[in-house]
Design a binder for this molecule. Structure first.
Ligand code: G4P
Length: 191
């Protein structure tokens, strides 16, 4: 999505540790019009795929997932994070390790919100090592639902999580793929 690449170039800040700061439009302040444009793009990508649910994980995935849900016309389900190892109740649960934060969270979705009748698009803000997507895909499988595809706003291609999933045959269509970033610039994967 060219408009997202331009937004990253104009507003993104490259921090130590391969972190791209996009707090001005995605991670802290929300550029609501632009987020709706991203939703429109996701709707265009999955046109006619018959999605019945958008699935994301709290917190920063929620606005983009919401925009996609509005444009596609289906509900949005967000997994909740829970640090406790003990999870009980009528839930689907998967364990997700974050390389960025060096922590493990259980991500949890109540069974009533996902079923084998659902056709699911997974949406998130960042795709780095892919652990959050793997956890969400696991939850889709537990529910017996059909995974249509996964879309993250910003994929960090140099961390390879997206390509590993593509190798497994999973449809991953990120809106922008950063191939390299350093103090001299941010470079995107060519389509
Ligand atoms: P992975 O899921 O792809 O393996 O990524 P990782 O564990 O490394 O990322 C964990 C968290 O860090 C996620 O947010 C992810 O969105 C965020 N993240 C990863 N790389 C970047 C980056 O370059 N810039 C920014 N701004 N965020 C990044 P989270 O911990 O789930 O936080 P939140 O969704 O509650 O905000």
């Amino acid at each position: 999505m060219k408009a997202l690449e331009n937004k990253i170039l104009s507003d993104g800040v490259v921090l130590e540790g391969n972190v791209l700061k996009v707090g001005s439009f995605l991670n802290q302040q929300l550029d609501v019009d632009f987020i709706m444009e991203m939703g429109e793009e996701i709707s265009r990508i999955y046109n006619n795929d018959g999605a019945t649910k958008i699935l994301t994980v709290e917190s920063s995935g929620i606005p983009i997932a919401f925009a996609a849900g509005v444009k596609i016309g289906c509900p949005v389900v967000f997994a909740k994070k829970n640090k406790s190892a003990n999870v009980s109740g009528d839930v689907f649960c998967s364990s997700v390790y974050s390389f960025t934060h060096k922590t493990t969270n259980n991500i949890i979705v109540a069974k009533e919100f996902l079923s084998s009748d659902d056709r699911v698009i997974i949406v998130d803000d960042f795709l780095a090592n892919g652990k959050a997507l793997i956890g969400l895909i696991d939850i889709v499988k537990q529910a017996g639902a059909t995974l249509i595809g996964c879309t993250c706003a910003i994929e960090k291609g140099f961390q390879h999580g997206g390509d590993e999933l593509r190798k497994q045959g999973i449809r991953v269509e990120s809106l922008a793929i950063v191939e390299e970033m350093n103090s001299s610039g941010i470079y995107f994967r060519c389509n």
